[in-house]
Design a protein around this ligand. Structure first.
Ligand SMILES: [Ca+2]
Length: 214
């Protein structure tokens, strides 16, 4: 009786492994406090370089509203038309003001061909997650979910499949659109916490930023 159940367990485990998306880039932000770079644990090693008001704490990156992290080599991610997911764990307490506009948490390319943002809604009384794409077939900025500027940790995921985009906050799908985005292009530099120019700067902490493909 044991053998079949073990076999079944092994088959389930193998199936989960083969269907899991692969990490293509991951900045865990666990670099030593005072480090001026953040390591990418993914296969392409897109080291992030800190500029302006951003510092490593040892387990997070703390942005004071005028910092940015940039990395080059993003074309190695080769996302193309593949399904892929952007994910971050973040904590902040200020809704982006009119001067800031919104917070660019991950910007895969300067033009915003794929990006994860925090945007203000309801006359800037709340801040919510946003997933943006400019693909070969369509453009979309999909927003949704709860007010996030509450000083608590939240996990935001932007999930692009061949036929849809969804926003997932703290494990709950809060928005979904049936859409064919097509392929996205990447062009350096990739940016975390603002645009590469420093516009749309984030104020708050990031625990990590990850990109999964497949
Ligand atoms: Ca971390």
């Amino acid at each position: 009786m044991l053998v079949p159940s073990l076999l079944t367990a092994a088959m389930v485990a193998a199936s989960a492994l083969t269907s899991s998306p692969a990490l293509v880039a991951g900045w865990e932000m666990n670099d030593p406090a005072g480090s001026t770079t953040v390591a990418d644990s993914g296969p392409s090693h897109l080291t992030g370089i800190l500029k302006g008001g951003v510092k490593t704490t040892g387990s997070t990156l703390a942005f004071s509203g005028n910092g940015v992290v940039t990395a080059t080599g993003s074309s190695k991610l080769a996302l193309g038309s593949q399904p892929f997911t952007m994910e971050t764990r973040l904590r902040f307490s200020k809704v982006p003001n009119a001067t800031v506009g919104d917070y660019d948490i991950l910007r895969g390319t300067p033009g915003g061909g794929w990006r994860l943002e925090i945007v203000a809604r309801k006359k800037r009384t709340i801040a919510v997650a946003a997933c943006g794409y400019a693909g070969s077939k369509a453009k979309l900025l999909l927003t949704g979910g709860p007010h996030l500027a509450d000083g608590a940790w939240h996990v935001v995921r932007c999930v692009k499949t061949d036929t849809s985009v969804s926003v997932v906050v703290d494990g709950v799908e809060v928005a979904k659109r049936a859409i064919v985005i097509g392929s996205v292009t990447t062009k350096d530099p990739l940016a975390i916490g603002a645009k590469p120019t420093g516009a749309d700067p984030y104020t708050g902490e990031l625990d990590y930023v990850r990109v999964y493909a497949g």
